[in-house]
Design a protein around this ligand. Structure first.
Ligand code: ZN
Length: 333
């Protein structure tokens, strides 16, 4: 665990925002102005399923509170990479977190263990809420968010409101079809965008190709940085070094993303597309520009200015800060 010590004086009310990812749990403590006063993070447990994840969340939230000027928090908000039942705060499954294979009452368990009200929602929805209140989506009313992380997630804001949809699955662009009959996706279907542009699928392909004898610095860089997975940081470093395989994987992701994101924009006519997630925020605006270029041939804009495609403004913290906003908004609802 790492903690950044407090930099600001105590405010009256404090919130904890939590971003639960496949590889790490990121926590911020904020006052009612949502400026972070402390941060902490830990690795997501790779065994023990949701029960172990809750233990890790409590430990890292306690550590962040300890590093903040606050003795306690008023509420907690968390974004989870999975389908969330809005009424109960249960997470039905979270395919990118190992061992999370059945429904788990996350809100109930967090409230019991932490003793404060907890609000739970899908991770990209929470991140888009953060970006709309505090970050790059502030000027817009209609925004499509596409998060490139271990998987590819999405969320939709229309008329300033985050949409949930009938099945609470609104915005799941990672499972929009990029190639009918194409590569197998983690969801069991074929040709999903995530099968080409998710970090998890990139890692599987990189392993297969290196095992077959292809040369790449990806796994050397991974070992050198003490990691066991090809994190976004490792991929970014390999790209900087001009690694051919890393470059090919990113090219393939950009090629698959273009038609899918352009189709979504053609249907929704949003004001902006926001690109984030571990990989998306690590690669930043240059990656957003490449995705935009790949969308161009498929966009219906009749010569008018094309939709802006922007990198998330809060970087790696949009999910955690969105969690703090969610906590405050649910607490005052
Ligand atoms: Zn899929």
């Amino acid at each position: 665990m790492t903690a950044v010590p407090a930099r600001r004086p105590a405010a009256a009310v404090a919130y904890a925002g939590v971003d639960l990812g496949a590889t790490k749990i990121e926590v911020v403590i904020t006052g009612s102005d949502f400026a972070p006063v402390a941060q902490a993070r830990t690795a997501t447990p790779s065994r023990g399923g949701p029960a172990a994840v809750v233990v890790a969340i409590k430990a890292v939230v306690d550590e962040a509170i300890e590093a903040s000027p606050h003795r306690r928090i008023a509420a907690l908000g968390i974004g989870v990479p999975g389908q969330v039942d809005e009424a109960t705060g249960a997470v039905s499954k979270s395919p990118n977190i190992r061992g999370w294979t059945a429904s788990f009452p996350l809100r109930e368990q967090l409230q019991k263990d932490l003793g404060v009200p907890a609000a739970v929602d899908n991770d990209v929805r929470v991140a888009l809420l953060g970006e709309h209140r505090l970050g790059a989506a502030q000027p817009f009313r209609d925004v499509l968010a596409v998060w490139f992380g271990t998987g590819v997630g999405g969320a939709l804001l229309l008329d300033g409101v985050i949409r949930r949809g009938r099945l609470s699955a609104c915005g799941e662009i990672g499972h929009a079809c990029a190639a009918p009959g194409g590569r197998r996706c983690s969801c069991g279907r074929r040709g999903c965008l995530e099968a080409y542009a998710g970090r998890g699928s990139m890692e599987r392909r990189a392993r297969e190709r290196v095992e077959k004898g292809e040369k790449s610095s990806l796994f050397t860089l991974m070992k050198r940085s003490g990691r066991t997975r090809l994190t976004s940081g490792v991929i970014a470093k390999a790209l900087d070094e001009g690694d051919r395989l890393a470059n090919e994987l990113i090219n393939e992701a950009v090629r698959a993303a273009g038609p899918v994101l352009a189709s979504a924009v053609n249907i929704l006519d949003v004001d902006a597309v926001l690109i984030g997630g571990g990989l998306g925020s690590r690669l930043g605006q240059p990656f957003a520009r490449r995705v935009h270029r790949s969308m161009q041939p498929h966009l219906l804009h009749d010569g008018r200015e094309s939709v802006p495609v922007l990198a998330a403004g809060l970087g790696d913290l949009s999910g955690a800060l969105g969690g703090a906003v969610l906590a405050a908004e649910r607490a005052s609802a």
